[in-house]
Design a protein around this ligand. Structure first.
Ligand SMILES: *[C@@H]1O[C@H](CO)[C@@H](O)[C@H](O)[C@H]1NC(C)=O
Ligand SMILES: *[C@@H]1O[C@H](CO)[C@@H](O)[C@H](O)[C@H]1NC(C)=O
Ligand SMILES: *[C@@H]1O[C@H](CO)[C@@H](O)[C@H](O)[C@H]1NC(C)=O
Ligand SMILES: *[C@@H]1O[C@H](CO)[C@@H](O)[C@H](O)[C@H]1NC(C)=O
Ligand SMILES: *[C@@H]1O[C@H](CO)[C@@H](O)[C@H](O)[C@H]1NC(C)=O
Ligand SMILES: *[C@@H]1O[C@H](CO)[C@@H](O)[C@H](O)[C@H]1NC(C)=O
Ligand SMILES: *[C@@H]1O[C@H](CO)[C@@H](O)[C@H](O)[C@H]1NC(C)=O
Ligand SMILES: *[C@@H]1O[C@H](CO)[C@@H](O)[C@H](O)[C@H]1NC(C)=O
Ligand SMILES: *[C@@H]1O[C@H](CO)[C@@H](O)[C@H](O)[C@H]1NC(C)=O
Ligand SMILES: *[C@@H]1O[C@H](CO)[C@@H](O)[C@H](O)[C@H]1NC(C)=O
Ligand SMILES: *[C@@H]1O[C@H](CO)[C@@H](O)[C@H](O)[C@H]1NC(C)=O
Ligand SMILES: *[C@@H]1O[C@H](CO)[C@@H](O)[C@H](O)[C@H]1NC(C)=O
Length: 617
C-alpha cells in the first residue's frame, strides 16, 4: 500500500475552532406525517421505480440515436427502436456503469472510460461509442470510484469534459495553506465539520476527507458544504431524467467483524449498504429515506423528531471511501494485515517506515481528532450513523474495497434492478506486481459471492486465467451466453469488463495521488479513450459494434429476435468462453504501450516525469 502522498497532510496538531458555520450540522425537525422510516426489502422503492420509468423513456431516445450511428450489420434498427418505444419501461435495456475503487486513479481513469460514451464529445460520436452514457439508467461507484458519479449528478449532468475541467486536478486538496474556492486548509475542514459534532453526531476521518473531496468534486460554496445527497432529487436534470441514477456502495462493520490492531475490518460477507438519492440502506436489512438518515424510532416504534442534513454530500462521498481503518491496520501490522483485495503492502513501502512513513504519519490526523474532539482512534476510524433498523449498534461503514469486491456490482445485480448490461471499470490500483495493473480479482470475487448468495451474475475467470488470456490489456465480455452465469439463464446481466491498461499513456500512477498536471490528466483521459475504442478501431475495426451487441443482446431475447451474424462473431472473439488457462510460473505483467509496442516504460518514463506522485509504491 502506498501512503506516500498522504503524508503531507498529517502535519497538523490541534486546531482552535474559530468560525463555526452551521450548514454541515444535522438538524432535528418535525417528521412529515406518514413518514415510513424503514422500508422492508421488497423490490425497488416507489420513488426509484417511478424515476426509472421516466429515465427509460428519455434514455430510449438516446439509445436509438446511438444505434443509428453504430450501424450494426444486418440489424433492423428502425424495427428495434419501434419495439423499444412501444413500451420503454419494459423494453429499453437497463444499462449500468460501475466504477471500481482505487483512489484518484480509479476516479480519473474511470471518468476517462465514461467520457468515451458521452454523446457530447465529438470524438466519441465519431468513434460511435458516444451516446451510451446518455442511455445508462444506473451509475454506481465505491471508494475513489464514488466521486465521479457524485460529481456528475451534483453538477447537474454536464458534458464530461466540462465536468472534469471543474475538478482542477492540479490542486492538492489536503495540503492547502489558505482557503480558496478550490481547497481549504485542514483547520478549515475541522471547523466545517465541528458543528456536526456539537449537534451530537459522531464525526470521523470520513467527515474530514469528505470535505477535501467536496472541494475537489462538488459545486457550490465551501466545497458544496451545504449540499445533501437527497438534494440530487431537486436538480433539474435529475427531475427530467437526463442522466443516470447515482448509487454509492459501502461495506459495513459491526461487533462481529474482525478486529485487527484494535480496529474493526469487514468480513467478505458483511452487509453491503448503498446510498441513492431516495434511500440509504442494504438489501439485507432494509432501507430508510436518504433525506432522514439519522432518524430512529423510539422504543414504541414511534417517531418523535426527524433528523435532516446528516446526508451531507461530502460526508456521503467520504463514507463510501472510508478506508482509514485499513490504512492504519496495514501500517500498524507492518503489512501483515489490512491488505486490500488487490493491493498488498510491499517490503519497499514498509521499509520506508524507517524513513518517515511510519505510524506517526497517520497519528497526525488521529491526534488532531483527539485534541479537537477528544475522540479515540477507534471512534474516528470509520463513519457511523444511527440505526433505524433495530439492534443496539449504529450502522458503521467501511470502504467497499476492503472486503474483496472493489467494483460496485452488488447494488446493480439485485434482481429488482434488472440490469441487462453492466459496464465495469476495474482499476483498483493494481494487483499484479510489480507494475500494478489489474488481475481480475474483483470480478472473480463478486462471481463467487453472487453464486453463494443466489444472485444472477456471469461466470468469471480466476485471476490466473484472466492474466493468461490477456484480459488485463484488452476489453472482455462475461456472461454473453446465458448458460455461463450463476443462474444459467438470462436474468444475469452481461458484464463488459474494461480496465486501466497502457495504450497511449502509462496510467498506473499510485492510487493515493492527490493531484497532477493537466497534461498528465489529459494523457490518462486519452488512454482510457484509446482502451475503450481499441485505438479508435486500429486494433479491431469491429470492436465498437461489439459494445452495441452487448447492449442490445438481452433485450433481443425478450423481443424474440436472433443475434446477428456480426454479433455472433463479436461474441466469439470477445466473450470469455468459460474455460480456464494455466499461467506460466514466470509470468510478469510488464506491458509496453499497446499502441506503440516498441515503447517500454523505462524509455517512456525518461520523457514523462510524473508530477503528482509515484508510479510504484
Ligand atoms: C452502414 O454499414 C453498411 C455496411 O454494413 C455500409 O454500406 C453503410 O455505408 C453504412 N452506413 C453508414 C451511415 O455508415
Ligand atoms: C421486428 O420487431 C418485432 C417485434 O416488434 C419482432 O418480432 C421481429 O422479429 C422484428 N423483425 C426484425 C427483422 O428484426
Ligand atoms: C493559496 O494557496 C494556493 C495553492 O493552494 C497558492 O497558489 C496561493 O499562492 C496561496 N495564496 C496565498 C495568499 O497564500
Ligand atoms: C450511535 O451514534 C450516536 C451519535 O451519532 C451516539 O450518540 C450513540 O451513542 C451511538 N450509539 C452506539 C450504540 O454506538
Ligand atoms: C447552499 O448555499 C447556496 C449559496 O451559498 C444557496 O444558494 C443554496 O440555496 C443553499 N442550499 C441549501 C440547501 O441550503
Ligand atoms: C431537462 O432539463 C434541462 C435543464 O433545465 C434542459 O436543458 C433539458 O433540455 C431537459 N431535458 C429534457 C429531456 O427535457
Ligand atoms: C491477483 O491479485 C490478488 C490481490 O492482490 C493476489 O492475491 C493474487 O495473488 C493475484 N493473482 C495473480 C495470479 O496475479
Ligand atoms: C516489516 O516488514 C518488512 C518486509 O516484510 C521487514 O523487512 C521488516 O523487518 C518488518 N519490520 C518489523 C518491525 O516487523
Ligand atoms: C488523547 O490522547 C491522549 C494522549 O495520548 C490520551 O491519553 C487520551 O487517552 C486520548 N483520548 C482519547 C479519547 O483517546
Ligand atoms: C458514536 O459516538 C458515541 C458517543 O461518543 C460512541 O459511544 C460510539 O462508540 C460512537 N460510535 C462509533 C461507531 O464510533
Ligand atoms: C483516438 O481519438 C482520440 C480523440 O480524437 C485521440 O485523442 C487519440 O489520440 C486517438 N488515438 C489513436 C490511436 O488514434
Ligand atoms: C521513472 O522516472 C523517475 C524520475 O522521473 C525515476 O525516479 C524513476 O526511477 C523512473 N522509474 C523507472 C522504472 O525507470
Amino acid at each position: 500500500m502506498r501512503f506516500i502522498l498522504w503524508t503531507a497532510i498529517f502535519v497538523w496538531r490541534a486546531h482552535a475552532i474559530e468560525t463555526i458555520p452551521d450548514t454541515y450540522a444535522p438538524r432535528f425537525v418535525d417528521c412529515p406525517p406518514d413518514l415510513e422510516i424503514v422500508r422492508q426489502v421488497a423490490g425497488l422503492s416507489k420513488a426509484e421505480a417511478d424515476w426509472v420509468r421516466g429515465r427509460k423513456a428519455v434514455a430510449a431516445d438516446a439509445f436509438g440515436a446511438y444505434l443509428e450511428r453504430l450501424n450494426l450489420s444486418d440489424f433492423d434498427v428502425k424495427n428495434y427502436t419501434k419495439w423499444v418505444q412501444r413500451n420503454t419501461a419494459e423494453n429499453m435495456p437497463t444499462l449500468g456503469f460501475a466504477n471500481s475503487g482505487g483512489g484518484s486513479r480509479a476516479a480519473f481513469s474511470g471518468i476517462g472510460g465514461l467520457r468515451t460514451f458521452d454523446s457530447q464529445l465529438s470524438a466519441a460520436v465519431r468513434q460511435k461509442t458516444g451516446g451510451l452514457l446518455q442511455s445508462l439508467t444506473y451509475y454506481a461507484g465505491l471508494s475513489g470510484g464514488a466521486w465521479p458519479p457524485s460529481s456528475y449528478a451534483f453538477h447537474n449532468y454536464p458534458a464530461i469534459d466540462d465536468l472534469v475541467a471543474k475538478w482542477h486536478v492540479e490542486i492538492n486538496r489536503f495540503t492547502a495553506t489558505n482557503d480558496s474556492e478550490y481547497a481549504a486548509t485542514s483547520k478549515t475542514y475541522f471547523e466545517e465539520i465541528y458543528p456536526k459534532f456539537e449537534a451530537g453526531f459522531n464525526v470521523s476521518a470520513s467527515d474530514f476527507f469528505g470535505r477535501g473531496f467536496g472541494y475537489w468534486m462538488l459545486p457550490g460554496e465551501q466545497g458544496g458544504l451545504n449540499l445533501t445527497w437527497s438534494s440530487i432529487t431537486e436538480l433539474s436534470k435529475f427531475k427530467n431524467y437526463s442522466g443516470p441514477f447515482p448509487i454509492l456502495q459501502a461495506n459495513s462493520l459491526n461487533k462481529s467483524s474482525l478486529v485487527e490492531e484494535g480496529l474493526y475490518a469487514p468480513l467478505e460477507t458483511s452487509d453491503i449498504y448503498e446510498w441513492n438519492p431516495f434511500e440509504f440502506g442494504s438489501w439485507d436489512v432494509g432501507f430508510t429515506p436518504t433525506k432522514y438518515v439519522g432518524t430512529v424510532p423510539d422504543s414504541q416504534g414511534k417517531l418523535q423528531k426527524c433528523v435532516v442534513n446528516l446526508d451531507s454530500a461530502s460526508f456521503v462521498m467520504g463514507s463510501a471511501a472510508a478506508a482509514w481503518n485499513y490504512w492504519w491496520i496495514a501500517i500498524a501490522s507492518n503489512g501483515t494485515l489490512g491488505n486490500f483485495a488487490k493491493r498488498g503492502v510491499s517490503a519497499a513501502t514498509l521499509n520506508k517506515r524507517q524513513s518517515g512513513y511510519s505510524l506517526e504519519t497517520l497519528e497526525g490526523l488521529n491526534e488532531a481528532f483527539n485534541q479537537t474532539f477528544n475522540l479515540s482512534l477507534s471512534q474516528i476510524a470509520n463513519p457511523s450513523v444511527p440505526n433505524p433498523f433495530g439492534g443496539d449498534e449504529n450502522i458503521t461503514l467501511a470502504d467497499g474495497s476492503e472486503a474483496g469486491q472493489s467494483i460496485p456490482f452488488w447494488s446493480l445485480i439485485q434482481r429488482e434492478r434488472k440490469l441487462d448490461l453492466i459496464i465495469a471499470w476495474d482499476d483498483d490500483g493494481g494487483e499484479t506486481r510489480p507494475n500494478y495493473w489489474t488481475n481480475g480479482t474483483n470480478v472473480w470475487n463478486t462471481y463467487n459471492l453472487a453464486k453463494a448468495a443466489g444472485l444472477a451474475f456471469p461466470q468469471a475467470p480466476p485471476p490466473e486465467t484472466f492474466l493468461a488470456r490477456n484480459y488485463a490489456l484488452k476489453p472482455v465480455l462475461f456472461g454473453c451466453n446465458s448458460s455461463l452465469t450463476t443462474t444459467g439463464d438470462s436474468t444475469s446481466p452481461i458484464v463488459l469488463h474494461l480496465t486501466n491498461a497502457p495504450y497511449s499513456w502509462y496510467s498506473n500512477f499510485s492510487w493515493p495521488t492527490q493531484n497532477m498536471s493537466w497534461t498528465e490528466f489529459h494523457g490518462v483521459m486519452v488512454n482510457s479513450f484509446d482502451f475503450v475504442t481499441q485505438g479508435n478501431g486500429t486494433l479491431d475495426s469491429e470492436w465498437v459494434q461489439c459494445i452495441g451487441c452487448a447492449a442490445i443482446d438481452r433485450s433481443l431475447e425478450r423481443m424474440g429476435t436472433k443475434r446477428t451474424e456480426q454479433c455472433e462473431r463479436c461474441f466469439a472473439n470477445h466473450c470469455w468462453d468459460g474455460t480456464t488457462s494455466e499461467l506460466s510460473k514466470d509470468f510478469v505483467l510488464d506491458p509496453s504501450l499497446q499502441l506503440n509496442l516498441s515503447l517500454g516504460f523505462v524509455e517512456w518514463n525518461k520523457t514523462h516525469p510524473f508530477s503528482g506522485g509515484v508510479i510504484t509504491d
